[in-house]
Ligand binder design. Structure first.
Ligand code: BGC
Length: 521
């Protein structure tokens, strides 16, 4: 279970009322048949995503340094249920040419991938650039372009160089300058051919699970303090990297830089209960707007509700100061508007209600600060990953939440969306998930006027799924992890997704699951 949380209320009544008025009761669910009435715009960006640590392998080749994930899973082999690590993963480091062909076969024209910071800078610092690492990414990007696929590059998808972690990682303010150094190296090396960058993937999951909890590396378990320090300097690092590009690179490279935030959507457990409505609001503000508001709102800085809540909690808990650090006025300005697009990752939705305390929480903690109990409706399908139930309507609500709160001018790119299952080739659950979620995205574009310009399916192939090791399968292509070749085989979802990309419509009837268990082999 990736998270379970709960609690608190205060001056958020207006927005809460709008959440109440579009409760999930209103949603029609019998729309998923035939060909979708709406189509994707001609220039809509369709792509597929991966992340370096999850597929590359070659953990110590070509002079690569260690990342926190290398170090953590080596030191704690029992961390993953299958006692696995990322040493070889899908071996994409060696098989990247084949992987480019897989992307081509999907019909998409965009590929979102990440650079492994310690592959490029083995110690993390820019005084030592790995020649092999630099060449690897150059070759990969050129191979993609040769295949007419545009790479969208993320600088940080959770694999911080271990030497920085020994100094406190994102909780140490000096990381800001080192991250900017790293960004400069990447912009210098690849900015001639890479025109879209995202600085950081899902800061919330990274800080909440890795600094607050011990669910992800670096497993600091500094509940209620660590995740806010991490958030603070990470947001600042993003903004400074953005401005570096604006000032030194954009004038001649003419690219774009953004950030990718993640959100589970919340819906009130009882849509008629106003307390539940407020719980959703509290959750979204503390877990999502904490990151989105400083960057995307007109006024900048942390949301007032979050500032007050954490200040009050800290005071009541006897802290000498707020556990949520303050940005200076200058920093607020630097951060505000520091993204050319809104990268959004979304997977699932939770039913929310208020709770003062839950068994699994610590005091202090982000969960305790939010005071929201989270659960999923047992009737929602759950194809294979414990934390991920299927509730497509939540996706449309989230897209509206972003548009309502941060405006319709900022283009939204859905940088990840997908579902885990047991790995069967006839992956009807995945086909159904993509169809239904993409249909909700179509409704958000056509009926709600949300400015969504792109969608990236997660993920190209089965990968190292963090705390699930290789047990959770999110890939469009199956990877045989028992074979030294790491053989790739297309699942049924490959042709289903390709059909959507090519026709720009969803044909719900194109793939019908076989009755019951016959699907799973
Ligand atoms: C992460 C991916 C991960 C996916 C599914 C997202 O939060 O960005 O790295 O594989 O969730 O677990």
């Amino acid at each position: 279970m990736r998270s379970s949380r709960s609690v608190a209320l205060s001056g958020v009544v207006l927005v809460a009322i709008s959440l109440l008025s579009c409760s999930h009761e209103a949603v029609v669910s019998d729309i998923y048949y035939g060909v979708s009435n709406y189509s994707f715009p001609e220039d809509f960006i369709f792509g597929v995503s991966t992340a370096a640590f999850q597929i590359e392998g070659a953990w110590n080749e070509g002079g690569k340094g260690e990342s926190i994930w290398d170090t953590y899973v080596h030191e704690h082999p029992e961390y993953t249920p299958d006692k696995s690590n990322g040493d070889i993963a899908a071996d994409s480091y060696h098989k990247f040419k084949e992987d480019v062909q897989l992307i081509k076969a999907l019909g998409v024209k965009y590929y979102r991938l990440s650079i492994s910071w310690p592959r490029l800078l083995p110690n993390g610092t820019s005084n030592n650039i790995s020649t092999d690492g630099a060449r690897y990414y150059r070759n990969l990007f050129e191979e993609l372009l040769k295949a007419n696929i545009t790479p969208i590059v993320t600088l940080f998808h959770w694999d911080m160089p271990t030497p920085f972690m020994d100094l406190g990682g994102w909780s140490n303010p000096v990381i800001v300058d080192y991250f900017v150094d790293y960004a400069r190296v990447a912009f210098n090396l690849y900015g001639d051919i890479i025109k879209t960058w995202t600085t950081i993937n899902e800061p919330h999951q990274h800080c909440y699970q890795g600094y607050g909890a011990d669910y992800f590396a670096p497993a600091i378990k500094s509940h209620g303090v660590g995740e806010y320090l991490c958030a603070h300097y990470l947001i600042l690092s993003h903004a400074k990297a953005y401005h570096l590009y604006e000032k030194e690179f954009k004038p001649h490279q003419k690219g774009k830089v953004g950030i990718t935030l993640d959100a589970f959507m919340g819906i009130p457990k009882d849509p008629r209960n106003f307390e539940d409505v407020l719980a959703v609001r509290s959750y979204l503000q503390i877990h999502f707007d904490l990151y989105a508001h400083p960057i995307f709102s007109a006024e900048g800085d942390y949301p007032t509700f979050v500032r007050q809540r954490i200040n009050n909690m800290s005071l009541a808990q006897g802290f000498a100061r707020s556990r949520l650090p303050y940005f200076t006025a200058e920093e607020v300005k630097i951060i505000r508007g520091s993204s050319d697009f809104f990268g959004l990752n979304h997977y699932t939705t939770y039913l929310m209600s208020p709770s003062e305390m839950e068994f699994s929480w610590s005091i202090p903690s982000m969960d305790h600060d939010a005071q929201v109990r989270m659960e999923q409706d047992p009737h929602w399908e759950k194809p294979g990953t414990e934390w991920l139930s299927v509730y497509p309507e939540g996706f449309r609500k989230l897209l509206n939440y972003v548009s309502d709160n941060y405006g319709r001018e900022i283009p939204i790119i859905v940088t990840e969306n997908g579902v885990g299952d047991k790995g069967q080739l006839k992956d009807y659950d995945r086909i159904s998930y993509f169809n239904k979620y993409l249909y909700q995205l179509l409704l958000a574009i056509h009926e709600d006027n949300c400015n969504i310009i792109g969608y990236f399916a997660w993920t190209l192939m089965d990968d190292f799924e963090w705390s699930d090791g290789y047990l959770s399968k999110f890939g469009l292509y199956k990877v045989d992890f028992d074979s030294p070749e790491r053989t790739r085989t297309p699942k049924l979802s490959v042709s289903s997704y390709r059909n959507i990309v090519q026709t720009r419509r969803i044909n719900f009837d194109r793939y019908k699951p076989l009755p019951n268990k016959l699907n799973h082999f």
